[in-house]
Design a protein around this ligand. Structure first.
Ligand SMILES: NC(=O)c1ccc[n+]([C@@H]2O[C@H](COP(=O)([O-])OP(=O)(O)OC[C@H]3O[C@@H](n4cnc5c(N)ncnc54)[C@H](OP(=O)(O)O)[C@@H]3O)[C@@H](O)[C@H]2O)c1
Length: 249
């Protein structure tokens, strides 16, 4: 397979680790310049950057909160300053604060909605401007099967991730005429720091319920994002692709 994203520039939010790091690495291997956003200047972020550079890719970091309207324009400005364009945005940054509704604090509701949903709004609003100028762009929103099937203790997360699917569909219709394609990836259980918060025994039980019999890897999500970011998906917009090993059918 050739370099499917040669010469393009991608912003990946939440790229220090897990799914975001895998998407960033995959895009860089396929020739994209990548802006790695993350909330904190962590060792993980530095390691993701170093790994991309070691394998001959081009990347820079931008540290800030995707839910902070004061920060987000600088994320896009950094991409334009260093690479001259923004072709692809992956709204991947996400958090969970799981708790039954009766114990769920307002701050936990707000943090989950703000990071997972408002962050996608702010980043898309900022990144769409250069895409409209080029009359080309891709926005990929990372949602969750919780949006489709629900999960006890995840009312905040389910609301945010379902909101992201509605956001995807409306945005796709709004900008299809400008050749900006917008899609969502509905992710099942993937082996990352986020799932390390789930007890191992529960994870084993979840794996048994997945038709493919195991949880997924970040690379398996990244490969689908590569398809959505590339010319291979030139007639795909407004859809949600389910990467869950059959966990949601
Ligand atoms: N893992 C799963 O099973 C699963 C399933 C369904 C959906 N998803 C979705 O997939 C995405 C990635 O999840 P993951 O499992 O890879 O998570 P992860 O390993 O916890 O990594 C999350 C990344 O997002 C960053 N981040 C969190 N809040 C942020 C903010 N406000 N602004 C900027 N960056 C922020 C983190 O930065 P720091 O390192 O600085 O905190 C980190 O780089 C999320 O949207 C998640 O909801 C995951």
């Amino acid at each position: 397979m050739g370099k499917m994203l040669a010469g393009s520039t991608a912003i990946v939010t939440g790229a220090a680790r897990g799914i975001g790091a895998a998407i960033a690495g995959c895009f860089a291997r396929h020739g994209a310049n990548v802006v790695l956003n993350s909330r904190s200047d962590s060792t993980a972020l530095k390691e993701t950057l170093a790994q991309i550079e070691r394998s001959g890719g081009k990347a820079i970091t931008s540290i800030g909160d995707v839910a902070d309207a004061g920060y987000v324009p600088s994320l896009v400005a950094t991409a334009l300053e260093h690479f001259g364009t923004v072709d692809i945005l992956v709204n991947n940054a996400g958090v969970i604060k799981d708790r039954p509704l009766t114990f769920l604090k307002e701050s936990e509701w707000d943090e989950v909605i703000n990071t997972n949903l408002k962050g996608a709004y702010l980043c898309s609003k900022a990144a769409i401007k250069p895409m409209l100028q080029k009359r080309a762009g891709r926005i990929i929103n990372i949602s969750s099967i919780t949006a489709l099937s629900g999960r006890p203790g995840q009312t905040n997360y389910g609301a945010a991730k379902a909101g992201l699917i509605g956001f995807t569909k409306s945005l796709a219709r709004e900008f299809a005429g400008h050749n900006v394609l917008v899609n969502a990836v509905v992710v099942g259980v993937i082996d990352t720091r986020m799932t390390k918060q789930i007890p191992r025994d529960t994870l084993k039980e979840i794996s048994k319920m997945v038709p493919l019999g195991r949880i997924g890897t970040p690379d398996e999500v990244a490969n689908v994002c590569l398809f959505l970011a590339s010319d291979m998906s030139s007639y795909v917009t407004g859809t949600t692709i389910n990467v869950s090993g059959g966990g949601y059918i």
